[in-house]
Structures are given as C-alpha cells and as structure tokens.
Design a protein around this ligand. Structure first.
Ligand SMILES: Nc1ncnc2c1ncn2[C@@H]1O[C@H](COP(=O)(O)OP(=O)(O)OP(=O)(O)O)[C@@H](O)[C@H]1O
Ligand SMILES: Nc1nc2c(ncn2[C@@H]2O[C@H](COP(=O)(O)O)[C@@H](O)[C@H]2O)c(=O)[nH]1
Length: 219
C-alpha cells in the first residue's frame, strides 16, 4: 500500500492517501480540482460509479461511468479498494491506479464518502489523512446544490435529506474545514497536506539524514 518517495527536500517519505468527504454540495469536488491543479506530487483517484453522467462530466476524468454488471464484476474480482452505495448508486475506488500512483512516489487524493473512508482506514490507517468539509450553513448547502444546476429537483431534495446523516460522521475525521470561501478553504486544505507530508513517522529517510548530519558535525 505504501511507497517511498524522495520528498521535495530530498528526504524519503511514504506516500499518503488524502481523503475529502462532506455532505453533497459542500465543495469537495471544487477543492479537489484546485488541489490537483496547484499541488505537485498529488494524483486524483478517479472512482467508478453506476450513477448517470452529469452535463459537462467526462468519462475517465470525473468518474469511470459503468453499468451495474461491470461494477459487480469489479467487486467480484477484488478490483476495488473500497466501495459503497451512495444515493442509490454504487461508487468505488479502483485499486490498481492507487497502487501505481503510490508506487511512483505520489500522494493520492480521494473524493469519497464516510463509508469509503472507514474502509480505507481499516486497510491503511497510518497512511490515511482525512478531511471533512462543512458548508457554512444549510441554506448555503441547498443554494450550492441548486446553483450547480446539474441535478433534478428530486435529486437535490434527496441529497439535502441525506445531509444530516452524512454530517453525523464528521467526528471520525482528522481535520474539519468550513468551506465559506473557496480560497480560504483551499489554503486550509493545502496547509493540512503540507503539514502531513512533513510528519516524522512518514519521513522514512530522516534517520539516515540525521545520521549524516551528526557525522558532519563530528568531523
Ligand atoms: N465556498 C463556496 N462558495 C460558493 N459556492 C461554492 C463554494 N464551494 C463550492 N461551491 C459551489 O457549490 C457547488 C457544489 O460544489 P461541489 O460540486 O464541489 O460539491 P461536492 O461536495 O463535490 O458535491 P458532491 O458530493 O455532490 O459531489 C458548485 O457549484 C461549486 O461551484
Ligand atoms: N465510498 C465512495 N464514495 C464515493 C466515491 N466516489 C464518489 N463518492 C461519493 O459519492 C457522493 C456522491 O457523489 P456525486 O459525484 O454523485 O455527487 C459524494 O459524497 C462522493 O464523495 C467512491 O469511489 N467511493
């Protein structure tokens, strides 16, 4: 599950799995896109889903859109690292691209729900960093779902109805970010990633680095 990368300061470290979850519409996708655009060494895990494609979505970029039979085959062949039913559709994380990214020394970003996050934690606790995104208010959440203008009214109602349940999982997460302003929320999420990349336990090359410093000091 883990990989050893030479970090930006030259010290080797294990790759991490950076998870964003939230009630639908709080802004995970928006923040994920910014992270992928602006942060080096981070790959997005593109999920498979049985939900219909929204206007503007691209197969293979936003999701791998598959039918029920294909999804069932992926589950059967153990091709998914985690999967869950969300809003009556199935969503899952293809295993191979995650392993490939970690093996090449990159961190991986996941936009998944609380069920998927629990499964990742069970598999790789030390390598999972989880962030729960909160909307500033219920009114803002509903407005965002409407202004996204990609779901039918009954779908938006269903997502608002589910928001309380999604929200109840907030305390399972390592960090909580309130997405009032996109730039500020992005800066907070980016800071979390930066700090987690510097954590001592992940920086497998530190012992050798410090040993070399000591050798230099002693000569
Ligand atoms: N801070 C913000 N202020 C105002 N609008 C925002 C903010 N963050 C995101 N939005 C808008 O809210 C809408 C929902 O955002 P987004 O699609 O990122 O949510 P999401 O959490 O990924 O939802 P889902 O779980 O349904 O995929 C989008 O139209 C987005 O542009
Ligand atoms: N457990 C997983 N949850 C996932 C995955 N991919 C997306 N999601 C979550 O589903 C909802 C709805 O997403 P939408 O794109 O239909 O609005 C949202 O909470 C996503 O985070 C996955 O692979 N596994």
């Amino acid at each position: 599950m883990t990989a050893h990368d030479r970090g930006f300061d030259g010290v080797e470290r294990r790759g991490l799995m950076f998870v964003l979850s939230s009630p639908s519409g709080a802004g995970k996708t928006t923040l994920s896109r910014l992270l992928i655009e602006r942060v080096e060494g981070l790959s997005l895990s593109v999920s498979a889903t049985t939900r219909p494609m929204r206007p503007g979505e691209v197969d293979g970029r936003d999701y791998k859109f598959v039918d029920d039979a294909t999804f069932a085959a992926m589950v059967k062949h153990n091709d998914l690292l985690e999967w869950a039913v969300v809003f009556d559709n199935r969503y899952g994380t293809p295993r191979a691209p995650v392993y490939a990214a970690l093996a090449s020394g990159r961190d991986v970003l996941f936009d998944i729900d609380w069920q998927g996050t629990q499964q990742l934690r069970e598999k790789a606790r030390a390598d999972v960093v989880s962030v729960f995104i909160l909307p500033p208010s219920a009114t803002d959440l509903e407005r965002r779902l409407h202004t996204r203008a990609q779901d039918a009214d009954h779908v938006i109602r269903e997502r608002m109805d589910r928001a309380t349940h999604e929200l109840s999982h907030w305390a399972e997460y390592d960090y909580i970010v309130i997405n009032q302003n996109v730039d500020e929320a992005f800066a907070e999420v980016q800071s979390i990633l930066k700090a987690e990349r510097l954590k001592r336990e992940r920086r497998t090359g530190l012992t050798a680095f410090v040993r070399e410093l000591q050798r230099q000091l002693e000569t």
